[in-house]
Ligand binder design. Structure first.
Ligand SMILES: CC(C)=CCC/C(C)=C/CC/C(C)=C/CC/C(C)=C/[C@@H]1[C@@H](COP(=O)(O)OP(=O)(O)O)[C@]1(C)CC/C=C(\C)CC/C=C(\C)CCC=C(C)C
Ligand SMILES: [Mn+2]
Length: 410
């Protein structure tokens, strides 16, 4: 992984790394698939540029009310706007497509085997870094599975920029370069094999570039910020680094043809799952993050509970801490509940891996409780037997057809 990092910092310098980045060593543009994708991607690009709505460092936006007064928009409202736009984009693209099936691969002599090699590399990375999730993807159709691997790898690489072994060398400029590369991926000009797999994926599925840009924005936020004043600020961060994953995944997972749910409501549930996962991550990693000088927990809620940064650095489990943690866990569970309603609406083959990931992640919260809220020095994890039991439960849940109607919250 360190290779990918170096590579963003300085595209010419490539050092040895793990298997993750072997493809990087194959040099500069190993695969140019732009020829067969220009039409799709130019069109997508135009839309991407027109629709660029990065929140940047803005925590809240001023909007005019119908009465002409200026009001502040919360992060949740701004993110919901993204959800609506994503849902509208997908609906428009599906309406204009002849059918909802995945487009066939355009035969490209010589390049096809490279492309399949590229996906093989993504599969290996995924299998290495997220074994259970990788197993879950095996139930998906081959096209969807490959696409999810490609997205997973891009997300992992993006996270590694700020969290990996070379994170201390990462500057906002390096993230800008990573974003330029992303634009190239969506224009059909991938830089390396792993990018090539993503280029192919975004040409075949109605995936929009915005959530990818927003994830990079989340990494920028992580570079410049180590405290969150309130939940509104934290929510925005969680959207950037995790809610975006939900938005990237739905166009691949697909919505069940017999679902009566609105597209927006399914996207909203996907967003909720990302937020729930990230809140869980944050609650699990309090001690680890504090040792890196980071406190993701909302400062105002800590203060209300009579707690301050020093209490977190001291890492003592007190009654104040327990009762603070109970509330945080309760909030994370609400997001999981919101997500549950959407999983059933996904296409049948995609439901199992999503249920599995939801059940497994949610159990981390139970483990924090079981550790008596000591998330300073004890890492909450789900044991192998518990993981194994969750898989058939997830499978049984995935058999439930999408009968209920999901209503869009506003
Ligand atoms: C309708 C409905 C419910 C649809 C499902 C939508 C869906 C598949 C949502 C997936 C949500 C999900 C798995 C979000 C990932 C959240 C997450 C853990 C983000 C992590 C960010 C940074 O956090 P941090 O640095 O604190 O964490 P670490 O200590 O480094 O772990 C991430 C690490 C960002 C990078 C994210 C990934 C590598 C995961 C990408 C996953 C996919 C593309 C596959 C998602 C598919 C399934 C089936 C789960
Ligand atoms: Mn990380």
């Amino acid at each position: 992984m360190s290779v990918a990092l170096l590579w963003v910092v300085s595209p010419c310098e490539v050092s040895n790394g793990t298997g993750f980045l072997d493809s990087v060593r194959e040099g500069n543009r190993v695969f140019d698939s732009s020829r067969h994708r220009n039409l799709v991607c130019n069109e997508r690009n135009k839309r991407g540029v027109k629709q660029r709505w990065n929140f940047g460092s803005v925590r809240s936006a001023m909007v005019a009310t119908p009465a002409g007064e200026m009001a502040t928009m919360t992060s949740e409202q701004m993110v919901y706007d993204v959800v609506l736009k994503q849902a509208a984009l997908v609906k428009r693209q599906l309406r204009s497509a002849d059918d909802l099936e995945v487009k066939p691969e355009i035969p490209l002599p010589g390049n096809l085997s490279l492309l399949s090699e590229a996906y093989d590399r993504c599969s290996e990375v995924c299998a290495e870094y997220a074994k259970t999730f990788y197993l879950g993807t095996m139930l998906m159709t081959p096209e969807r599975r490959r696409a999810i691997w490609a997205i997973y790898v891009w997300c992992r690489r993006t996270d590694e920029l700020v969290d990996g072994p070379n994170a201390s060398h990462i500057t906002p400029q390096a993230l800008d370069r990573w974003e330029d590369r992303l634009e190239d991926v969506f224009s059909g000009r991938p830089f390396d094999m792993l990018d090539a797999a993503l280029s192919d994926t975004v040409s075949k599925f109605p995936v929009d570039i915005q959530p990818f840009r927003d994830m990079i924005e989340g990494m920028r936020m992580d570079l410049r910020k180590s405290r969150y004043r309130n939940f509104d600020e934290l929510y925005l961060y969680c959207y950037y680094v995790a809610g975006t994953v939900g938005l990237m995944s739905v166009p691949i997972m697909g919505i069940a043809p017999d679902s009566k749910a609105t597209t927006e409501s399914v996207y909203n549930a996907a967003l909720a799952l990302g937020i729930a996962n990230q809140l869980t991550n944050i609650l699990r990693d309090v001690g680890e993050d504090a040792r890196r000088g980071r406190v993701y927990l909302p400062q105002d809620e800590l203060a209300q509970a009579g707690l301050f940064d020093d209490d977190i650095f001291a890492g003592k489990v007190t009654d104040k801490w327990r009762s603070f943690m109970k509330k945080q866990i309760q909030r994370a569970r609400k997001f999981f509940d919101e997500a549950e309603e959407g999983v059933t609406q996904l296409s049948s083959a995609s439901r199992w891996p999503v249920w599995a990931s939801l059940l497994l992640y949610r159990q981390i919260l139970d483990e924090i409780e079981a550790n008596d809220y000591n998330n300073f020095t004890k890492r909450a994890y789900v044991s192998k037997p518990k993981k194994l039991i969750s898989l058939p439960i997830a499978y049984a849940k995935s058999l439930v057809p999408p009968t209920r109607t999901l209503v869009t919250s506003s």
